[in-house]
Design a protein around this ligand. Sequence first.
Ligand code: DC
Length: 257
Amino acid sequence: MTASTGPGIGGTSGTGGAATSFVIAIDGPAGTGKSTIARRVAVALGAGYLDTGAMYRIVSLAVLSAGIDPADPTGVAELLPRLTFDTPVDPAEQRHLLAGRDVSDEIRGRDVTLAVTPVSANPAVRAWLLGRQRELAYSGRMVVEGRDIGTVVTPDAPLKIYLTADASERARRRHQQNAVRPGVPVGGGAEAHDNDGTAADLAAVALDLHRRDSHDSTRRHAPLQAAADAVVIDSSELAEPETVERVLTLATERGIR
Ligand code: DC
């Protein structure tokens, strides 16, 4: 279940049938467990899952691979029409392809994690991805995860969640997530490796999360913020299954099933 992004979007399917359509928007800062929760909610509902952060990461990887400075807005904008990538919407299998090559691990590496900050602040990139994100989000029953889903991408979503957690708890979770994944190359490799993937430095992880969050929250275009009608869930004290349950309860209350 993938959709090609480039000249156009290929067939998106397998989102449980598009007879009825809904979007559950899940936004929030890094390290809240957003991705896992969004995927589990999607699986529980038999819905699709769209990771918009991965789309920004893929563009960032393409920028780096082309030798373009991620902070050069014009150079980055000029690359966009030449990009072709696949966006998976199956919550059970997230394989990201850039020009046919599997870059699922590479997009979680440190270089991309640094480059994605200026690339995602670039209005040309945001405008270019927005159409694709909307097309996918409205293609069926979808759980969509990012920073601006409830505010910009699908402001009419019937359920918007803003997932947050204490900064220290988010750093602890991200650090643990990095440390438990063996064989991660230095510089990153698996899901959101903001450090070297070893039992490295909790302080460095905390610093990098802070760097990203403050850039994401203060950028001029589509900053990270809760939609006015979002349900804010503070997961600092919640285990993942409890957070998933809370989202599913809200979905049921709003007639989303
Ligand atoms: O969810 P993530 O950490 O993989 O996202 C990578 C970056 O992409 C994040 O630092 C901010 C940006 N992003 C964004 O600007 N808007 C989104 N909807 C999703 C991600």
